[in-house]
Write a protein that binds this ligand. Structure first.
Ligand code: F6P
Length: 368
């Protein structure tokens, strides 16, 4: 009987509980023993029954409707060191686990694949230092890993949607609709800052959904000399059509072409100084990650959790890890390493100001 562990790592996202629920129930259905690793990689490093816990079918009842992650998450520095990964390897072997499903963003998933690649050398070190027996070293000679992408930012190449993105988008839209009502009453402008350190998906989609007047995202850096004129010209045009509200949505990672941040304060000052608009700033912050998942994320997380269990059971010992994606509405397995590499090259192209490259990297043909 195989033992399959599941963990959530990095920033939480709505739908993570549905992944855990689906993994637990599919594992039981396939006659495997599911475990939860509590508090992300921190739980692996600490080990023991408080952090590596077997789960039963009924333990995850009702989890589809609960936001956040019930098994905890953390950003763990110790797992970035070999020493931390050695402890993680020991604790998994102690618990009899040889397959791990990680739900998190690109950093968490890269860590998972590194752990898989390093696993044989970690096992031999544990054997050499007599922490494990020869028999254990043989039984646990490889670790199967599978990634599921959980992030509100929708910031992973090769999947159309990360788990949590549509829930966060929906939360943003609700908040902007609320703001519209008060903005209209006072004929005010609002600058709304949304999450997205490197990725403007939330800002762009929220802008389209709420018919915002202007949007700033990291991938389309604005011209530092002209963006103020362009924004004011657009907003004035809208105001001349008797529009009583102005909504500007800015991603927290928005940049100009000189790589200076375009901040909510910059935008606020421009609207006040140039257009004399009565303006307020609303930073939505962690409200975007809160609340329960929308139906789409619950379904996506469930289908991907099921497929993750299938993928680890199909994995050939030592082979590279898959991630579960959704592409053209189909749940698929893709290479974890390639997807992360492509995602990082988009982020570094932004950092290197190569915006032409950003656009071509996002071209689906390039991605495939
Ligand atoms: O989950 C990613 C993200 O939402 C980013 O967009 C944001 O910058 C970050 O998390 C904030 O996370 P925290 O404050 O929890 O570290």
């Amino acid at each position: 009987k195989r033992s399959i562990a599941v963990m959530t790592s990095g920033g939480d996202a709505q739908g993570m509980n549905s992944v855990v629920r689906a993994v637990v129930r599919t594992a039981i259905f396939k006659n495997c023993q599911p475990f939860a690793i509590m508090e992300g990689y921190e739980g692996l490093v600490r080990g023991g029954p408080d952090y590596i816990t077997p789960l039963k079918w009924e333990d995850v009842s009702g989890w589809n409707a609960i936001g956040g992650t019930n098994i905890g998450t953390a950003r763990c520095m110790k797992f970035k060191e070999r020493e931390g990964r050695l402890l993680g390897c020991f604790h998994l072997i102690q618990a009899g686990i040889d397959a791990l499903i990680v739900c998190g963003g690109d950093g968490s998933l890269t860590g998972a694949d590194l752990f898989r690649a390093e696993w044989p050398s970690l096992v031999s070190e544990l054997l050499k230092t007599k922490k494990i027996t020869q028999e254990e070293a043989q039984t646990y000679e490889s670790l199967n890993i599978c990634g599921v992408v959980g992030s509100i930012d929708n910031d992973m190449c090769s999947t159309d949607a990360t788990i949590g993105a549509y829930s966060a988008l929906s939360r943003i839209c609700e908040a902007v609709d609320y703001v519209e009502a008060t903005a209209a009453s006072h004929s005010r402008a609002f600058v709304i800052e949304v999450m997205g350190r490197h990725c403007g998906w939330l800002a762009l989609m929220a802008g389209i959904s709420t018919s915002a007047d202007f949007i700033f995202i990291p991938e389309e850096a604005v011209n530092p000399g002209t963006w103020r004129d362009e924004m004011c010209e657009t907003i004035s045009r809208h105001r001349k059509r008797n529009k009583r509200t102005t909504i500007v949505i800015v991603a927290e990672g928005a940049l100009d072409r000189d790589l200076n941040p375009v901040t909510a304060n910059d935008i606020y000052k421009t609207l006040v100084d140039r257009l004399k608009l009565d303006t307020r700033i609303t930073t939505l912050g962690h409200v975007q990650r809160g609340g329960s998942a929308v139906a789409y994320d619950r379904v996506l997380a469930t289908l991907q959790g099921v497929e993750a269990v299938n993928a680890v059971l199909d994995s050939v010992a030592g082979s590279a890890s898959p991630i579960i994606t959704v592409s053209e509405n189909k749940i698929m397995r893709k290479s974890l390493v390639d997807s992360v590499k492509l995602t990082k090259s988009v982020a570094s192209a932004i950092a290197a100001k190569d915006f032409g490259k950003v656009l071509s990297l996002r071209d689906p043909e390039f991605i495939e």
